[in-house]
Design a protein around this ligand. Structure first.
Ligand SMILES: *[C@@H]1O[C@H](CO)[C@@H](O)[C@H](O)[C@H]1NC(C)=O
Ligand SMILES: *[C@@H]1O[C@H](CO)[C@@H](O)[C@H](O)[C@H]1NC(C)=O
Length: 221
């Protein structure tokens, strides 16, 4: 076979590969098995996003309520969230016009920005709550829900043929104060991280709502 012949065989091979790739991943024809599966995944993602937001907010409020009689107690603990630049409130309107792949990217950014701190926050919250009230369940397993949610999001992305690895997630630098031997430093750090997580859980719930709405072809979202 001459060079040209080899070239066209290669081309055929490449285009077959591309064709197969499309069939196996990104083409989700309405009413077909893949579409039904995607709806199931979105339902699961919505439920998990709701429960993460619910228990995240609950953990935050439980902590605040420990000092409810002094409403300004935690004010000195308030600091800028490490994820503050990811979809700030004034950009919510813009999110409604974003495409699926960009919405999923923001969800992954938020998730990966919590990958490192969340298990530590959960652990410290658990210790704190156990100290005040021994019957509190282990932070209602926020971290477990987070992990389950993340795997559903990754599955959705793979069904849509989209990339999920993100490099530009927000880095976090509160480990030292979270593990501080000074009780108040630790308490304030847990407070701020729970506050930030509650804000981000709300963002995630909102993004999943739009994603599900786009998948259901509802207009407007
Ligand atoms: C595969 O999908 C991509 C993006 O959705 C598209 O640009 C491309 O033309 C498709 N290729 C084939 C062979 O259908
Ligand atoms: C949704 O979650 C349920 C319960 O965890 C599971 O049985 C089901 O397979 C999930 N659906 C999809 C499409 O993954």
């Amino acid at each position: 076979m001459d060079i040209k012949g080899k070239g066209s065989v290669l081309l055929l091979l490449v285009s077959t590969l591309v064709l197969c790739q499309n069939v196996s991943s990104s083409t989700c024809v309405p009413r077909e098995k893949c579409e039904v599966m995607l709806q199931g995944l979105y339902n699961n993602a919505s439920y998990l996003a709701w429960s993460i937001r619910f228990y995240g907010k609950k953990a935050y409020l439980d902590l605040v309520n420990l000092h409810y009689w002094r409403s300004t107690y935690f004010l000195p603990g308030r600091k800028r969230c490490h994820t503050a630049d990811i979809l700030p409130r004034h950009e919510h309107r813009r999110a409604r016009r974003m495409q699926e792949k960009d919405l999923l990217h923001v969800v992954m950014l938020l998730l990966d920005s919590w990958k490192e701190p969340l298990p530590h926050v959960a652990e410290e919250t658990h210790k704190l709550m156990k100290f005040y009230s021994p019957i509190k369940k282990k932070d209602e397993s926020i971290y477990l829900r987070y992990q389950r949610f993340k795997s559903v999001i990754i599955e959705i992305a793979s069904k849509l043929g989209l990339e999920t690895s993100v490099q530009d997630f927000a880095s976090w630098s509160d480990m030292e104060s979270l593990k501080s031997s000074d009780d108040q430093t630790r308490l304030f750090t847990v407070y701020n991280l729970l506050r930030c997580f509650a804000i981000d859980a709300e963002k995630i719930e909102f993004l999943v709502y739009i994603l599900k709405c786009l998948a259901d072809n509802e207009d407007p979202c």
